[in-house]
Design a protein around this ligand. Structure first.
Ligand code: IPR
Ligand code: MG
Length: 240
């Protein structure tokens, strides 16, 4: 079984393989996205039971905009539908929802929905789900640099005050007490970070699963957690 003491506090997930999953079943790509979101919702109670405090998921990247408009619109409407449908369940499970990424490009109705869900769940202390929507790890760092530079220009801080903690607190994931993911899971066999969290993943254990995201359920999640618990994390220490 899983050892509760070494459960990762912050897990990041790149949910990949929705369309291949659908294709394998002779289904429309959209049904793959639908199944993918259901898969995510089903994992939340498990995170809560295991004591995972933060789950950051890559729900839509800046590169995903080049997809057919019908698919992008479907995904945007799907996010809004799920947030509305699951809000009561999130409240019952004490799940906090935050969204990171550039929300200005999102549909107005989705922006309003995100603001409402973020505010409604803000004080929940069960598990914190951070959805990266139109997120770019590099843009996150660029924006943090701009904010820090303005603070120096305004005389609020000196250049020598800039350290790792200060930068971490300027990133969009500042909203969590566990800013660095302990474990990153990417499904569908792809072996890359795709401009997800970059600064935050410096010492994160990476776990890759061949299964397509909609097939990533409790069994696969437990396997990933077991793999994590078997690893000896050195953080650059003894004979790295
Ligand atoms: C938007 C994102 C969560 C979708 C992940 O699945 P995908 O559409 O990249 O699916 P494929 O990698 O199979 O094309
Ligand atoms: Mg993909």
């Amino acid at each position: 079984g899983l050892n509760r003491e070494t459960i990762p506090k912050h897990v990041a997930v790149i949910m990949d393989g929705n369309r291949r999953w659908a294709k394998n079943k002779g289904l429309e790509p959209m049904l793959g996205h639908e199944a993918g979101v259901r898969s995510l919702v089903k994992l939340l109670p498990l995170c809560r039971n295991w004591g995972i405090k933060v789950l950051t998921v890559y729900a839509f990247s800046t590169e995903n905009w080049i997809r057919p408009k019908v698919e992008v619109d479907f995904l945007m409407n799907l996010f809004e539908k799920i947030l509305k449908e699951e809000l009561d369940s999130f409240m019952r499970q004490e799940i906090r929802i935050s969204v990171i990424g550039d929300s200005k490009k999102l549909l107005r109705s989705l922006q309003k929905c995100i603001a409402k869900v973020t505010e409604t769940t803000r004080r929940n202390s069960g598990c914190h789900l951070i959805m990266a929507v139109n997120y770019s790890g590099r843009t996150d760092i660029v924006h943090a640099c701009r904010r820090i530079s303005n603070k120096v220009k305004d005389g609020l801080i000196q250049p020598e005050d800039i350290d790792e903690r200060l930068i971490t607190n300027e990133l969009e994931t500042k909203c969590t007490e566990f800013p660095y993911p302990d474990l990153l899971i990417r499904t569908s066999g792809e072996l890359r970070l795709s401009n997800f969290l970059l600064w935050q993943l410096a010492y994160t254990e990476l776990y890759f699963d061949e299964s397509f995201w909609p097939d990533f359920g409790e069994k696969e999640f437990v396997q990933a957690l077991h793999s994590f618990q078997r690893r000896q994390r050195r953080f650059g220490g003894q004979n790295d």
